[in-house]
Design a protein around this ligand. Sequence first.
Ligand SMILES: C[S@@+](CC[C@H](N)C(=O)[O-])C[C@H]1O[C@@H](n2cnc3c(N)ncnc32)[C@H](O)[C@@H]1O
Length: 281
Amino acid sequence: MGVQDQYPHVGRDMPSVYDAHHLPHDQAELIRLAERIIAEKFAPGEISRVDRRTNTEEGYTFFDTLGFFKSGFITADVIKRLQSGATALSVGVGDAHLEKLLVEGFDINSSHIMLADRADYMTTEAKYSTSPQVTFDMTEEWPDFEQPFSLILFPESLEVVAFDQAKIKSPKSVWDTVPEPIKQIREKLEEEKPISQEEVAAYLAATDKVKPFLREKVAVIKRALGCLADSGEIRISDTGMPFGTFDTLPYLRAAFYEHEPPLEISANTIVSIKKPSPKKS
Ligand SMILES: C[S@@+](CC[C@H](N)C(=O)[O-])C[C@H]1O[C@@H](n2cnc3c(N)ncnc32)[C@H](O)[C@@H]1O
């Protein structure tokens, strides 16, 4: 049995037994590495915290740090970019547990990840972090940053804001009723089966419910694009809400159809919006 097996929560001063710069390409291995780093480098409960507590009167939930690896929001490529000097702005950090893991666990210079949250909600944990901090409301004017960022991250923060802005009081009522009619109609189209009038009506009602919230999401993404460097990427993790990325791809592509230069948008478990590098003349 190895030392780490015997003492999974060894203290911070122990010499590192992993190489945070030798990152596996395979996501499953990266998840295991993150798990090891959390166990070896941090005190129990310091990092991985599933719905640990809420931080504000509005009751925002903090997410499980490893979940960001499990969903593919944080990949070896993202970590490597940050290790090699790319700068990130993380918007809606909460207590910044994910950013702390990246900086302290993966040997990323803390000055490269700027922490952002709404003014009254920056938690004490985030305030004590050595990373630069900024407070602003992502739905309003963004600060004038000196330099654009290579990465803008929304770690489980954009969805919640889009719901607030769209004045959807009960997100549950939406996510309980929206995905099913959309899924049904999509399956029928794929199988070339006939679609009834009721199914069409249910589909239209479902998409109508989602539209105001998608509009708000796009408005925030537009602000983020203004602070994104050429070749930069916006990454959105919204797995907390079941239809965070559900069928949003066509809407997002349509919303940014005329953007110059054309953006590369993908939406699977997480949303990625890439600004291409400018063409050399
Ligand atoms: C669901 S929590 C996620 C916190 C953390 N990133 C995590 O994954 O545990 C959402 C965060 O977004 C922040 N937030 C909510 N509305 C915001 C706004 N309009 N502008 C900036 N941040 C906001 C909240 O204060 C909260 O910290």
